[in-house]
Design a protein around this ligand. Structure first.
Ligand SMILES: Nc1ncnc2c1ncn2[C@@H]1O[C@H](COP(=O)(O)OP(=O)(O)OP(=O)(O)O)[C@@H](O)[C@H]1O
Length: 238
């Protein structure tokens, strides 16, 4: 694994284990994320990506190992998980305290291009808009880390591309780090500084993605990396 100055590491996971009954899903997984770094987590279906992310988010009491994450992190799942009985702005402001909560929530909505939808109900939004609100809800706490579990996995291809570009712009502006669980090799290569492959309960492989950002699928070098990653994931190019 590439060495980094210890002070730059904001996520450190060592020896992470999780079993469901007799099934060992995580078997001593280790990983780090550096300040401002985007790390994609790939792996076959059922390899334990979501399990690992849930453990990092503190959503799994039964995972054990050394887990060090910053106190300010945001989480975005594949489903938006907005409360249907609260207006969009109140969903974003949920759990915030202080006099300027509404203003902060509206600012976060403006960052995702939804400044005029604060008074809408979640049911009135498209899937892409609802995911933007979920991103705003994560962003409003000024996190140093985003934990993203297939955040754009349920969106159509065009909306997904727009959301990937939005995430990249927000990252440049705010400098958060991200751990991005994805099935989508192109998404990993568009966004990540490093791609990890989870296999056999551990990080079996790691690739640095050194292409300059912002990236595009037509960039030189992109196709070669895609073939390499797909092969590593057991989907050889035809
Ligand atoms: N609550 C649970 N009870 C029992 N088994 C579980 C539970 N949650 C996950 N598992 C099992 O753990 C394994 C890993 O699941 P996980 O959802 O982490 O995989 P994943 O890599 O995210 O998969 P996918 O890419 O298909 O979303 C699977 O075999 C799954 O069946």
């Amino acid at each position: 694994m590439a060495t980094r100055p210890a002070s730059d590491v904001i996520v450190s996971v060592t020896g992470l284990h999780r079993s469901f009954g007799d099934t060992v899903v995580l078997d001593g997984a280790d990983l780090t994320v550096a300040r401002g770094e985007v790390v994609a987590l790939l792996g076959g279906s059922g390899s334990g990506k979501s399990t690992l992310l849930r453990a990092l988010a503190g959503l799994d009491d039964s995972a054990f190992g050394a887990i060090d994450v910053p106190s300010h992190f945001g989480v975005v799942f594949q489903e938006h998980r907005l409360l249907p009985w609260k207006r969009v702005v109140d969903n974003v402001a949920l759990g915030l305290r202080g006099a300027d909560v509404r203003r902060r929530a509206l600012e976060a909505l403006a960052e995702v291009g939804l400044e005029d939808r604060g008074d809408a109900w979640p049911a009135e939004l498209s899937g892409g808009q609802a995911q933007r609100v979920a991103v705003a809800r994560a962003l409003v706490r000024e996190p140093s880390l985003l934990l993203l579990d297939e955040p754009f996995g349920a969106l159509d291809a065009l909306t997904r591309l727009r959301m990937q570009q939005l995430l990249e712009r927000l990252r440049v502006r705010h400098g958060f780090a991200a751990l991005l669980v994805t099935h989508d090799v192109d998404e990993a290569l568009l966004l990540a500084d490093r791609a990890l492959v989870l296999e056999g309960g551990r990080i079996a492989e790691e690739f640095e993605v050194t292409l300059p950002k912002p990236r595009h699928q037509d960039d030189p070098g992109f196709g070669g990396l895609r073939r390499h990653l797909l092969e590593r994931l057991g989907v050889p190019a035809t």
